[in-house]
Design a protein around this ligand. Structure first.
Ligand code: UDP
Length: 343
C-alpha cells in the first residue's frame, strides 16, 4: 500500500469514526485506527470487517500517551490524520472540565506534535457547530459567522482546538489543515452493522428516541416547549452519519491537492433545520412505533435554533448529502433493532 493511502484515524472506533473508516476503504484508502474503546465497543471492528470485507488495522491506545502513539507513526508511513478522539458529553464537561481539557486539548497537542515530527502533510479536525454558540439574528450560520464564547468546557475544547490549529498554521507549519464543523449526526450504516453505541444513558436526541421505542429507556423528555420556534421546541440540522463520514474522505482528497501550509474551516450539515417534535413525529410515522414522551423543563445551555449554510462545503469539497432525513431515521431504527436482537 502506498503512503498516499495510509490515513490514521484517531477515535476510529467511535460513532462518526467507524462510519468514516467504511468510507475511506470504499474510496481506496487504508485506514489505521487508534482508539482506546472508552466510548465504543471492540465489536465495532467485526462490523467494519463485515462491511468492508477486510480487517482494519487498529491500535488500542489513548492518544494522550505520546510514546504509544509514536509507535504508530514509526510503524506506518502516514499520509494524513483524521483526529476524532475526544470526549463529547457536554454535561460531564461542566462537572469534570479537567478531563475534557486533558483529553481533548492534550490529545490534540500530542497528535500534532507527532504530525510535526513525522512531517505528516494532511490533518482533519473534528470541530463542531458549537463554535457558533447561539446565532444572534440569522439562524443559518456560515463559516464567516462570528464565533461565540463557548457555553461548556466541551464547546471550549472545539474553539481552542481550532485556535491551536490556526496558531500552528501561522507559525508556518508545513501541514494542510481542515476543521470540519459538524452539525448533528444521526442514523447508522444502511447495513445495520455499525451505528451509535452510547455508553449509559444517551445524551443526544435520536439515540434516546430509538432506545425509548425499543424499551431500554422508559420515557423521552422533550426539553422545553416554549422556545421562539414554530412549534416551541429547539431546531437543529440533523445529518446522516454516512454523509458526514464521506465529507472526511473529501477533506483528505482536498488537502492532498493543496500546497503545504493550507488551513480552512467548513460546515458539514444539510442546510435544513428540524425541531424536536418534528423528529418525534417523523419517527412515529416512519416506523409505526408509538413513542412514550413528555415535555420537561428546558435543558440548560441549549441553543434555540441553528442550521448550516452549506455553500462552502459544496464548493470546497465538492460534497453534498446523499441520504435523506427519513433514511437517517430508518437506519437508526434498524440499528437499534439489530442491537436488541443480538443483546
Ligand atoms: N433533546 C431532548 N431530549 C433529549 C435529548 C435531547 O429534548 O433527551 C433535545 C435538546 O434539547 C435539543 C435537541 O434535542 O434541542 C438536540 O439535542 P442533542 O443533545 O442531540 O444535540 P445538541 O443539543 O448538542 O445539538
Amino acid at each position: 500500500m502506498t503512503r498516499e493511502k495510509n490515513v490514521l484515524v484517531t477515535g476510529g472506533a467511535g460513532y462518526i469514526g467507524s462510519h468514516t473508516i467504511v468510507q475511506l476503504v470504499e474510496n481506496g484508502f487504508n485506514p489505521i485506527i487508534a482508539d482506546d474503546f472508552r466510548n465504543s465497543d471492540i465489536s465495532v471492528l467485526k462490523g467494519l470487517e463485515q462491511i468492508t470485507g477486510r480487517k482494519i488495522v487498529h491500535y488500542d491506545l489513548d492518544v494522550c500517551n505520546y510514546i504509544e502513539l509514536k509507535s504508530i507513526f514509526k510503524n506506518h508511513s502516514i499520509a494524513g490524520v483524521i483526529h476524532f478522539a475526544a470526549d463529547k458529553a457536554v454535561g460531564e464537561s461542566v462537572s469534570n472540565p479537567l478531563k475534557y481539557y486533558k483529553n481533548n486539548i492534550g490529545g490534540l497537542v500530542n497528535v500534532l506534535e507527532l504530525c510535526s515530527e513525522f512531517e505528516i502533510e494532511n490533518f482533519v479536525f473534528s470541530s463542531s457547530c458549537t463554535v457558533y454558540g447561539e446565532p444572534k439574528e440569522e439562524k443559518e450560520v456560515s463559516e464567516s459567522t462570528p464565533l461565540s464564547k463557548a457555553n461548556s468546557p466541551y464547546g471550549n475544547t472545539k474553539l481552542v482546538g481550532e485556535q491551536i490549529l490556526l496558531d500552528l498554521h501561522n507559525s508556518g507549519a508545513r501541514m494542510n489543515i481542515l476543521s470540519l464543523r459538524y452539525f448533528n449526526p444521526i442514523g447508522a450504516h444502511p447495513s445495520g452493522l455499525i451505528g451509535e453505541l452510547p455508553v449509559g444513558k444517551p445524551n443526544n436526541l435520536l439515540p434516546y428516541v430509538t432506545q425509548t421505542a425499543i424499551g431500554k429507556q422508559n420515557e423521552l423528555t422533550v426539553f422545553g416547549k416554549d422556545y421562539p420556534t414554530p412549534d416551541g421546541t429547539c431546531i437543529r440540522d440533523y445529518i446522516h452519519v454516512c454523509d458526514l463520514a464521506e465529507a472526511h474522505v473529501k477533506a483528505i482528497l482536498l488537502l492532498q491537492q493543496k500546497e503545504s501550509n493550507f488551513i480552512d474551516q467548513v460546515n458539514i450539515g444539510t442546510g435544513k433545520g428540524t425541531s424536536v417534535l418534528e423528529i418525534i413525529n417523523s419517527f412515529e410515522r416512519l416506523t409505526g412505533e408509538k413513542l412514550n414522551w413528555k415535555f420537561g423543563p428546558r435543558r440548560e445551555g441549549d441553543v434555540v435554533e441553528i442550521y448550516a449554510n452549506v455553500s462552502k462545503s459544496f464548493e470546497l469539497l465538492n460534497w453534498k448529502c446523499k441520504y435523506t432525513f427519513e433514511d437517517a431515521i430508518e437506519h437508526a431504527w434498524s440499528w437499534e433493532k439489530n442491537l436488541a436482537q443480538h443483546a
